[in-house]
Design a protein around this ligand. Structure first.
Ligand code: TXA
Ligand code: MG
Length: 328
């Protein structure tokens, strides 16, 4: 048990058998690895919550392989959602929609809405087709912890308790953008991702100029994953946004794991991880860097915050939820 081996066909056959008999299998997606379960087997869904130690009221995203399945698992699909799905799927965009009877309340944590996305990973898309049903999959980490972006992260997280399909390193590296699309004339971003507010507005501008992006819906929607603390390494994580803030940190702690993108001169007593300077490069290695910091012998991890601009919102969202404090 652990990373499944064999040819692509052998792995898909094996994983299909496991998923159809109710086992949980970790699956690669372009964002992060997910803990996959067949949505038609309630015990399998319950097992996801158990493995993750996640509250049962905290709903799961279902992963589909074909746009037509959107209409099977959602009760109403606004035209702008159909348009965005054609534009961005397969890809890192999740819609919250009224659920159809085919989705059990175990998957949605008791809610009448369901989160749906089509992941951009050919192994996982083939697997969903072979299973014949969508796969519910939260990120394959323990509740509140750092999401996995490599197969070995999943193995580390679950001590070989879960079989993993090796899809290599996730291309995007942070979770999908989630939009609340339960209203026919407005939408709201519940979780920012690399598909930004600017991207969505640009797409809708031509054909759907009346669809508004709003910050608050009048109708209340519960977003149980929106805890202020999340994505956290075990060690203290301290944010900084200037060289002077970093220097004072280095004076306070003798052994710091420093994740930075600016070209600072840092003495060799500290371990460093040079992260990319664009949002997509930063996203691709942020969780790996946090895990390396956690596994190092350093006392604390320090991470350089990117600027407060829309294109960085997804990264800032994850960092603000994972840091212990920010050194100004
Ligand atoms: O990129 C991703 O979205 C990854 C990959 C594996 O697809 N999945 C992921 O799942 O990040 P998870 O469970 O770690 O985060 C999904 C978030 C949770 O905060 C959950 O509460 C929220 O989506 N969610 C799911 N269904 C919902 C619903 N019906 N209403 C409101 N929020 C929902
Ligand atoms: Mg998660």
């Amino acid at each position: 048990m652990a990373i499944l081996s064999g040819s692509k066909d052998e792995i898909i056959n094996l994983a299909t058998k496991m998923l159809c008999s109710g086992e949980v299998v970790a699956i690669p997606t372009e964002t992060v690895y997910g803990l996959g379960a067949n949505i038609t087997i309630d015990d399998s869904i319950k097992n996801i919550y158990k493995l993750k130690s996640r509250p049962q009221t905290h709903p799961l995203i279902i992963h589909i392989s074909d746009i037509e399945q959107l209409y099977e698992y959602a009760r109403q699909v606004p035209k702008y959602v159909e348009f965005l799905a054609h534009r961005f799927w397969p890809g890192p965009l999740t819609f919250i929609l009224p659920k159809s009877d085919k989705v059990s309340y175990f998957v949605t944590g008791g809610q009448d809405t369901v989160a749906i996305r089509m992941p951009n990973n050919s192994l996982t898309l083939d697997l969903i087709k072979a299973v014949g049903h969508p796969l519910a999959a939260p990120s394959a980490n323990r509740f509140g912890k750092v999401s996995p972006t490599r197969p070995e992260h999943v193995v580390e997280e679950f001590n070989n308790e879960v079989n993993v399909i090796d899809g290599g390193i996730c291309n995007i590296g942070i979770e999908s953008t989630i939009i609340d699309a339960t209203s026919p004339d407005c939408y709201r971003i519940l979780r920012p991702g690399l598909i930004t507010q600017t991207d969505l507005e640009a797409e809708l501008k031509s054909n759907f100029s009346k669809i508004r992006l709003i910050n608050k819906l009048t109708q209340k929607i519960s977003f149980p994953g929106n805890y202020t603390s999340h994505y956290s390494p075990t060690k203290a994580l301290i944010g900084f946004n200037s060289f002077s803030a970093l220097k004072s940190l280095i004076e306070e702690y003798k052994d710091v794991y420093i994740i930075h993108y600016s070209n600072f001169f840092i003495d060799q007593n500290h371990s460093t991880f040079k992260i990319g300077t664009t949002p997509s490069e930063f996203a691709k290695s942020i969780y790996h860097a946090l895990r390396l910091g956690d596994n190092s012998s350093c006392q604390v991890i320090a991470i350089e915050f990117p600027p407060n601009e829309i294109k960085w919102y997804a990264i800032l969202d994850r960092l603000n939820k994972s840091v212990t404090k920010i050194n100004k």
